[in-house]
Design a protein around this ligand. Structure first.
Ligand code: PLP
Length: 357
């Protein structure tokens, strides 16, 4: 059997969820969209269900998968509905639904529903992606209430730059949100992972942690809460071939790495078809039998090469960790010019093994 695998530590996942909730001192929807950032949405939801206040996914397709797997907890649809005919399913399965645009308010007003909805009205407080304009927010809120289709309306917004700890933009967005929603007595939800960890004074009844659940930091610098996260995924494989190269010989496609001395090279069963980033350059850290070493040359589809020269006792069959507890995914991402989100969502082909159920 090919030795490439992703080992998912569910104990670490539960630790990180608890850290998010305790840090925010708020209710927390565990964001498990995009197959729980590559960790497997059903397994992640099952591991968190007894502890979590609810879950958030992008769309109804993701939410239905969770209900079909028996998840009973609340599930928020972060993009709401795309077409009017989803509303019947939203009622049937008791999903919570973001309303990010006035066209969705129109659709809700005109819908015939068996029961009222749990709605999360989203304001564009400055990210300028989705959300109701601040000047139209109160009117949209009134329309939802007077439609009779809303059992509850939570007020939400999303920060564009909460990962930049010295940016003034998060406080500006908060001020816009607070002034536009003044006088509306409702629960609010503003904070994603970087805001949970880095912006403790932003008020919230509900927080929406995603990346931090998986133990990856959204910051490009050390941060006191992020430093207490536990990495959840360990991407592992083994050395399947070893060769000794004299100085001057190239390694891999394009010959982009040339041995600068006599070297021992290990070939690892892991490639970009598994989701290991092809952009990762020579020098990206890897762990071999517990020793730090480095990637050499270009990543291929199914294989990549690592430096065994100075790793004592290493050879055929050596254990390789591409990221995990010792090689932080944020470090791999930085080398590849990517972010941890992007790398994790891209995981493919490798079987996922769960520990700590
Ligand atoms: C994806 C998402 C989140 C989670 O963001 P993280 O940075 O991963 O914590 C929160 N809120 C909304 C609206 C999202 O789309």
């Amino acid at each position: 059997m090919r030795p490439a695998r992703a080992v998912i530590d569910l104990q670490a996942l539960r630790h990180n969820y608890q850290l998010a909730r305790d840090t925010a001192n708020a209710k927390a929807l565990a964001v498990i969209k995009a197959d729980a950032y590559g960790h497997g949405a059903v397994s992640v939801a099952q591991a968190l269900e007894s502890q979590a206040d609810g879950f958030a996914v992008a769309c109804i397709e993701e939410a239905l998968e969770l209900r079909q797997a028996g998840i009973r907890a609340p599930i928020l649809l972060l993009e709401g509905f795309f077409e009017a005919d989803e509303l019947a399913l939203i009622v049937e399965h008791d999903f919570w639904c973001v309303v990010h645009s006035l066209w969705q308010v129109d659709v809700i007003e005109q819908a015939a529903l068996a029961e009222p909805l749990n709605l999360w009205l989203k304001m564009d407080s400055g990210m300028h992606r989705v959300g109701i304009h601040p000047s139209e927010f109160q009117a949209a809120h009134r329309r939802l209430l007077s439609s009779g289709k809303a059992a509850k309306v939570v007020l939400m917004s999303h920060f564009a730059r909460a990962d930049e700890l010295d940016s003034a933009r998060t406080d500006e967005q908060l001020a816009i949100f607070q002034s536009a929603r003044a006088g509306l007595p409702a629960e609010i939800s503003l904070r994603n992972s970087p805001a949970v960890m880095g912006w403790p004074t932003v008020p919230s009844d509900w927080v929406r942690p995603g990346i931090m659940l998986y133990g990856a930091t959204p910051f490009d610098q050390p941060q006191s809460v992020a430093d207490r996260l536990q990495p959840v995924m360990s991407l592992e494989s083994r050395v399947i071939c070893v060769r000794d190269l004299p100085a001057g010989e190239p390694v891999g496609y394009g010959g982009t790495f040339i041995a600068e001395r006599s070297m021992r090279i290990g070939v690892v069963a892991m490639g970009y078809a598994d989701g290991y980033p092809r952009q990762a350059p020579t020098g990206t850290p890897v762990m071999i039998d517990g020793h730090r070493s480095q990637l050499l040359g270009r990543v291929s589809m199914d294989m990549l090469c690592v430096d065994l020269t100075d790793v004592p006792g290493s050879g055929l069959g050596s254990d390789v960790q591409l990221w995990g507890k010792n090689i932080l995914i944020s470090d791999v991402a930085a080398h590849a010019g990517m972010i941890p989100y992007q790398i994790l969502c891209n995981l493919k082909r490798v079987p996922r093994l769960y520990s700590g159920r």
